[in-house]
Ligand binder design. Structure first.
Ligand code: MG
Length: 247
């Protein structure tokens, strides 16, 4: 007779073998579908403006918006005000002032609402908790919006510590180290999970992480950098536990 081994026991076994006692996870595009949330409001924004200016080409506007937003990330990081700057620049480029600026409340809905939870996010956190490991969150976005996301999805109770990296700064090694210290664990004892190659994955290795999961980011800016050797690479949060226990 073959004894059935439950996934939770396999997960507990994996944590034991790897001497992992905690997990630090990212929020946007790790647990929440933030990229789709941005995409939805940006789509509606571009459509509304193009409807008012039929000589504009939807795809051209969209390409310019994406290019502008990605370029402004270098100086503005993830500041909320970046959206208003993008609107101004688009009016300049297309000579449509004040159409983009006037419709900016559409794209502004991004920060008035919250992204949906990604499939498997909650189950993953529940399994980790059931396996008896401590959890912390390291996220990088506007503070008020972050609190809204955590509150509306009732996610706070999973984490013994939450680090919110200033929206004007960039996420890096010291933010992950702060979170590790708050769990009273060394980075070698922690499983790191994120989608931002530089800000999450490379940063974790820089502080001495051994077990790191990279959920390949849907945002091209967060796929820039070098994929470290040994990283566990998956497409979404629902693949994380299967990758650990089958890997
Ligand atoms: Mg993220």
């Amino acid at each position: 007779m073959v004894e059935r081994v439950l996934p939770i026991d396999l997960l507990i076994g994996w944590f034991k073998r790897n001497e992992i006692k905690g997990a630090l996870v990212d929020l946007d595009d790790t647990l929440l579908d933030t990229n789709a949330h941005f995409g939805k409001w940006i789509d509606r924004y571009v459509s509304a403006v193009v409807e008012k200016n039929p000589n504009l080409d939807w795809r051209e506007v969209m390409a310019k918006l994406v290019e502008t937003n990605n370029r402004l990330y270098e100086t503005e990081s993830v500041r909320r005000r970046k959206l208003a700057m993008v609107a101004k620049e688009l009016d300049n480029v297309f000579g449509t002032y004040p159409t983009f600026v006037k419709h900016a409340d559409i794209v502004g809905q991004i920060y008035r609402k919250v992204p949906l939870e990604l499939e498997g996010a909650r189950q993953t956190l529940e399994m980790f908790r059931a396996a008896g490991i401590q959890m912390g969150l390291v996220t990088h976005a506007n503070r008020g919006w972050t609190e809204k996301k955590l509150y509306e999805h009732n996610l706070n109770h999973f984490f013994s510590h939450v680090v919110i990296v200033d929206e004007a700064k960039f996420k890096g090694p010291k933010d992950w180290l702060t979170a590790a210290k708050s769990l009273r664990l060394d980075p070698e004892e922690i499983l790191f999970i994120g989608d931002n190659l530089r800000g999450d994955i490379m940063a974790a290795y820089e502080i001495g992480a051994r077990r790191v999961v990279w959920i390949e980011s849907p945002w091209s800016v967060y796929r820039e950098g070098e994929v470290p050797e040994g990283v566990i690479q998956v497409k979404s949060i629902k693949e994380v536990i299967p990758a650990l226990i089958n890997g």
